[in-house]
Design a protein around this ligand. Structure first.
Ligand SMILES: Nc1ncnc2c1ncn2[C@@H]1O[C@H](COP(=O)(O)OP(=O)(O)OP(=O)(O)O)[C@@H](O)[C@H]1O
Length: 229
């Protein structure tokens, strides 16, 4: 089976400072993979490299068997890499509907199906994105990514800063996507919330993958060693 996404031995720099030191990551079709690790270990940088928003100095990025290492980000998006960025970043002055339509590309996800998936967005159709609650903005950010009909949906800290009840709602939505066969890459910090959703976990330490395995195989020792504060 051809992997959906394959990051192999990548090195990434911010100016003179190196952030990734031979990072590897594979996502199979239909798989939900969690990218974990302490602050500053390179999770967001790995995502940025995969989305082609960050140049890769060494190694390769492949999507559906195709080498995309040198592709610009808009072309990676066209191939089906859909990012829900950290901090949500919707168009603040546009309405919910305008935000969704602006992202649209042909496929099963349309304004109607996204509204049915997040009824809250249907209720808020005409409301400006800037006036939505944090949870609603997160739903809109996910809705926007779905509107691109991504083959791989990437969620960077999707539940950060949200109240527990809203977090649960977002996790439930992600679980529904996973059940529909959506391939997902999730960056998040809470093992407890990731366990029921992610099939596999890749742990980063100082810019490389140091542990990978089934999410169910994460022991308290692994948590303490790589994720503990
Ligand atoms: N724009 C940037 N310019 C310079 N250095 C950066 C930049 N973005 C990230 N870095 C550095 O690259 C390294 C990896 O950062 P990255 O944001 O990928 O980590 P992370 O695991 O996503 O962390 P967090 O959980 O805090 O978001 C860190 O040392 C960070 O300081």
């Amino acid at each position: 089976m051809t992997a959906l996404a394959e990051v192999e031995g990548i090195e990434v720099f911010y100016g003179a400072s190196q952030a990734l030191f031979g990072m590897d990551l594979t996502i199979q079709p239909g798989e939900a993979v969690a990218l974990m690790g302490r602050n500053g270990m390179g999770k967001s940088t790995t995502i940025r490299a995969l989305c082609r928003m960050q140049p890769v100095a060494k190694g390769s990025v492949r999507f559906d068997g195709r080498d995309i290492t040198a592709l610009p980000s808009f072309q990676a998006a066209r191939l089906g890499i859909g990012l829900v960025p950290e901090g949500r970043r919707c168009f603040a002055t546009l309405t919910v509907t305008e935000n969704l339509i602006a992202a649209a590309r042909p496929g099963q996800w349309t304004l109607e199906t996204v509204r049915a998936f997040f009824p809250r967005l249907a209720e808020r159709s005409a409301q400006q994105a800037s006036t939505l609650s944090g949870g609603e903005q997160q739903m809109l950010a996910i809705g926007r990514a779905l509107m691109t009909n991504p083959r791989l949906l990437i969620l960077d800290e999707a539940t950060e800063g949200l109240a527990p009840v809203i977090r649960a709602e977002i996790w439930a939505a992600i679980a529904r996507l996973k059940a529909q066969g959506q391939s997902i890459l999730i960056v998040d910090k809470t093992v407890k919330e990731l366990k029921p959703i992610a099939d596999r976990c890749v742990v980063l330490e100082r810019g490389r993958a140091v542990w990978t395995g089934a999410t169910t195989a994460i022991t308290p020792e692994i948590e303490q060693r790589y994720l503990g504060i």
